[in-house]
Structure formats: C-alpha cells, structure tokens
Design a protein around this ligand. Structure first.
Ligand code: HEM
Length: 154
C-alpha cells in the first residue's frame, strides 16, 4: 500500500466520525426546530452548509481511493470471481453506490431546504433528506463486524 493511499484511507476513516457527528447534530436541530416551531437561524443554515461541505470532502477522498484501491481494481478486473467475494463486492459496488446515493440525498436536501419559504418547511425538508442519508451511510460503512470487508473503528 502506497503512503499516499494509506494517508487518504486514514483520513477517510477519521472523517466518517466528523461527518456522522455533524449530520446527527443537523438532524437533531431540524427535529427540535420543527417540533418547537423555532426560527431557522443563521447557525442552522451554517450547519446545513457544513454538512454538505463535509459530505463532498468525503466524496472527493472516496473517489481518489476508489481509483487507487487494490480491492476495487480486483473487482473491475475480475468481475466473475469478485462477485463471490465480500470485500471487493463491498467496496467495488455496495459502498460506492450507497455512499453516492447518500451524497446525492444530502445535496438535494440541502438545496431544497434553501429554497423553502417558511422556517417549518426548511426544518422538515432538512430533517427528512438528511435522516434518509444518515440511514444509508450507517448501512454502508464497513463496520468491524463484517467478516472480510469490516474495518477498524478508527
Ligand atoms: C460519504 C460517506 C462515506 C463514508 C462515511 C465512508 C466511510 C468509509 C470507511 C469508514 C472506510 C474504511 C476506512 C479504513 O479502512 O479504515 C471507507 C473505505 C473506502 N471508501 Fe468510503 N465512505 C464514504 C464515501 C465513499 C465514496 C462516495 C466512495 C467512492 C466514490 C468511497 C470509497 C471508498 C473506498 C475505495 C474505500 C477503501 C477500499 C480499500 O480499502 O481498498 N467512500 N469508507
């Protein structure tokens, strides 16, 4: 494994926690903002923006890893064999497709939130799209319990 790949992989791994924390805070604020009929403040808007920025940074690192990963290379080079193996399938297809979907949800959710006219609509939109993205991300993270695709928590 090249030092460049190793550094990016560690950054991608650590960044997941930052992304999860900011996403959880954004969803919590959207939930309480909606139920408590609160105003959509500047800090709520900053949280929305930061969530998108963190997600896109994770996407960029993910794309570079995807081009370089030996597991992904094996997946595309030997699709017939790779389809029966957990780790190449997980990173070559499952992780890639699901995380891309989550990035799309966060991007669309953020853009729709911005366009809504009332504060309640803004909170509801952010809550729904970000929550759907969170569920997808939680499903597609290579948690340590996965037999061969599982990775360390840090
Ligand atoms: C957006 C949310 C994402 C999260 C939370 C996430 C999380 C992770 C985690 C925790 C790992 C394991 C790191 C380790 O080995 O310690 C990983 C690996 C990886 N991710 Fe992601 N990822 C995301 C998006 C993406 C995207 C969009 C792509 C591709 C475009 C991608 C491609 C990869 C690749 C190629 C690997 C490593 C495969 C290898 O070890 O060879 N990730 N990701």
């Amino acid at each position: 494994m090249s030092p460049f790949f190793s550094i990016l992989l560690h950054a991608h791994s650590g960044f997941r926690w930052l992304l999860l924390i900011i996403l959880l805070v954004a969803i919590y604020k959207a939930f309480t903002g909606n139920t408590g009929n609160k105003p959509f403040t500047k800090s709520d808007n900053t949280l929305r923006l930061l969530t998108v920025i963190f997600t896109h940074l994770q996407l960029i690192i993910g794309l570079i890893l995807y081009i370089q990963s030996p597991l992904v290379k094996f997946f595309w080079g030997n699709p017939g064999t790779a389809i029966t193996q957990e780790a190449p399938m997980f990173f070559g297809l499952f992780h890639f497709v699901f995380m891309l979907l989550a990035v799309i949800f966060i991007t669309i959710g953020s853009a729709k939130t911005k366009k809504k006219h009332t504060d309640k609509e803004k909170f509801k939109t952010m809550r729904n799209w970000f929550l759907a993205a969170l569920i997808i991300i939680l499903l597609a993270i290579p948690w340590p319990y996965l037999p061969t695709a599982g990775r360390a928590l840090f």
